[in-house]
Design a protein around this ligand. Sequence first.
Ligand SMILES: [Ca+2]
Length: 500
Amino acid sequence: MIAWFFFIGSTAKEQMNILFISVDDLKPKLNVYGHDFIHSPHMDRLANTGILFTHAYCQQAICAPSRASFLTGLRPDSTRVYDLNTDVRENLPDVVTIPQYFKERGYATRGWGKLQHYPGRGRELDLRTDGSNESYAWTEGWNKGGLKDYANEDNILYTEMRDRWAEETGLTGLERYLFTRGPSVEISDVADTVYADGHMTMELITALKEKSSSGEPFFYAIGYIRPHLPFSAPRKYWDLYDRNEIALPGFREMPEGAPNFAFQDSWELRNYPDIPPRGEPIPEEKQLELLHGYYASVSFVDAQIGRILDVLDETGLSENTAIVLFGDHGYHLGDHGMWCKHTNFEQANHSALIFRHPQRFSGTVVSRPVELLDMFPTLVDFTGMDMPEMMQGKSFVPLMENPEGEWKPFALSQYPRYIHGDPNGMGYSIRTERYRYTEWVVNAEWDGTNYSHPAPGNEIVATELYDYKLDYEETRNFADDPDYADVVEKMQRLMYGKAP
Ligand SMILES: [Ca+2]
């Protein structure tokens, strides 16, 4: 690491730029991850010239807690952000976020779109709330891109009508957001730039061209809104797929032997008026339409990323710009009969993650379990600057240098649940290269850095074990299977920090 610092410091004409690309709800269902039917040529290109992480996991499978975690490099038990309404600065007023870190070191910083979660539209992690309007993070501002989810006139009229009602009834924040949902999908005949994702890309490209001649180091961040619901995309991206060739997941049941509270009833999807209410099945035809819409949305975002990569090449910025592209968590696409995220299962936590260093590691594939909170220390390591004191993640650089070398044994995710009358129930889930072991506890104790279980008062109410080598679809919980007793014991030792 020291040697690399001097290498950069002595040969690079300028400090390394960083382009930070967040793609909302993007799971690793891309062509480069082996899903041949997905049209993702540009993200594939980025991965093939960069580092592809095949086992990257979020720290909590929902937007705001995941974002609060990776933007600060801290676990949810340290940020204490477990829901969509808590601002991390309520709990940690002086916490440093990734863009803030680079701003404080002389970078020009600018953001577009969904970076920190903003359902309340008033809670803005990186804008001061004391009235001074001085940004914590952005020297050149943050265009949040708005939440314009529809381009078709009837959908716009419908959502505007709902929004007027919401205003009259005094709904705010997340409630208002959910109340004003239109259809879950939209096929439109508009240019990409009519949607926020296309428009923001155009602005980012203009800014990159300007920066290419200034020589000033920059940290630019763009947060794509798709493939989050609603699956709105121009028709040409829908036309990349033949719905007759799209199949539902093979296994759409709960795993045998898993506790009921491990599941959710697709509540997020249920807010869209074309989806049956909670408790009712979603017709298979509708599920196929949703799959089609998710894939079209992925390809829509992929096309935007292609435009950015082209401009980086044309301007020469590729030679001195590191890129990270990731999904803020995984996604249930009908597997286990579930949609969206909000669980400790594999599909909700498994994220897409691609890095590209401008000079090194081209074509590297890393299959070790890594965590999204490792992104912050990795970007710091790339630039050779001082590592912040409070980092709970680890830089990927040693792993990129030697994908088989020493590394942490698991990725940790967690999800809160109301369990047996305890509103503070928590499921902790560790993923090794082969297994996932989950403990559901009440009265959970956590020391903020290492899982300190068993802590006084902690009570385990259920455990789960999945074996992805033999059962990738999680059809069965093996935690109580005598044949897996040794595995459970080993996973517990790992989780409690008692064995490597
Ligand atoms: Ca998300």
